[in-house]
Unconditional design. Structure first.
Length: 343
């Protein structure tokens, strides 16, 4: 069975074809970073309009690279939520229009479930059950995963998620959009121990997260470094030290909570998914800690850490039993992953 996957939840248009017998056949991604850079963040209306422009050419490109025709597709999967309402509507309308015209079933996929299952695209895929650290956009969560749709929430973010804190701190330091990757690059030039920052909720005794206080601590430290209170006027060296200290604080918390979740569930496999999962320092630290514990660590490939169509096509293939031919589509800008039922 061949599933066409469409992802349009935010600022990236992703398309892929997944074959249940052969795996991923082809995928393509268009990022809107250049569209939103001038505004320092995603502008929803511009995001929706760009999805409209890009989605059909991307579908044609992916089908051509897979050596397929639209008639060879057995089902269409699309991101139903969460995300920007207008952006979601683009993917949902195209997916259902294709399904209707071809007489093929259509599957609405939870965006975070796509991220959660994305490590299954790797050659060395994890086996159920496992603990998942989901660090994507506005979400920083820990789940115990027993199978597709069988997710038990262990810990959640109480305010700013890790990805949000990266982006807001980067903006505070005057770094270009998208800020998270830029901050990680800057942190490589920072000096260990030059600046001290807190580790929020590190010793809270639970598996929840909070990064708004860390962001505030960075803002106060940055302003204190200039007599005029303007953090953008800091020297490049001080900015690098702040970036280093910030990244270390976030990684310390993520690693500690992930290890605590493994201990609490008595699992020996950790899966890390979402955009922050591409962070090199986080990968290094987790690899060291899990090797010490003789536990398994799985990440998606770097290109599948950010939003992409491959993870949606895969999730659709795993949920073919739920495919619908009603074509009365909907989008869910707010949708809790823990409300999903098993496939």
């Amino acid at each position: 069975m061949r599933v066409l996957g469409i992802e349009t939840s935010c600022d990236e248009t992703g398309v892929a074809v997944y074959d249940t017998a052969r795996g991923l056949l082809a995928d393509a991604l268009h990022t809107q970073a250049g569209v939103h850079e001038a505004y320092g963040g995603v502008v929803p209306e511009l995001a929706s309009r760009d999805h409209v422009r890009r989605i059909l050419p991307l579908i044609a490109n992916v089908l051509a690279r897979a050596g397929l025709d639209l008639r060879d597709i057995d089902a269409v999967a699309y991101t139903e939520g969460p995300g920007l309402a207008g952006a979601l509507l683009v993917g949902a309308s195209v997916a259902n229009a294709l399904g209707f015209s071809l007489g093929k079933p259509v599957i609405g996929i939870h965006h975070l479930e796509g991220h959660l299952l994305s490590p299954l695209l790797a050659d060395r895929a994890p086996s159920f059950p496992f603990v998942a650290l989901l660090v994507s956009g506005g979400h920083t969560q820990l789940f115990e995963v027993e199978g597709v749709g069988r997710y038990r929430l262990l810990g959640d973010t109480l305010d700013d998620a890790a990805g949000e804190a990266f982006d807001k701190t980067a903006k505070l330091l005057g770094l270009p959009y998208p800020g998270g990757p830029a901050l990680a690059v800057l942190a490589e030039r920072g000096r260990p121990g030059a600046i001290a920052l807190p580790r929020p909720m590190l010793d809270s005794g639970d598996l929840d997260f909070s990064f708004s206080g860390l962001k505030t601590a960075v803002a106060l430290r940055a302003r204190a470094g200039r007599s005029d209170g303007n953090p953008l006027a800091l020297s490049d060296a001080v900015k690098a030290d702040i970036a280093y200290a910030f990244q270390e604080a976030v990684v310390d918390v993520l690693v500690a909570k992930a290890l605590a979740a493994l201990a609490a569930t008595e699992r020996s496999t950790l899966v890390v998914a979402g955009g922050v999962g591409a962070n090199r320092r986080l990968r290094e630290r987790l690899a060291i800690e899990l090797e010490r514990r003789d536990a398994q660590l799985h990440f998606p490939e770097l290109r599948y850490c950010t939003d992409n169509g491959a993870m949606i096509a895969l999730a659709g293939a795993l949920r073919l039993a739920e495919a619908s031919t009603g074509y009365a589509f909907s989008v869910r800008p707010r949708w809790e992953l823990r409300t999903l039922a098993a496939a």
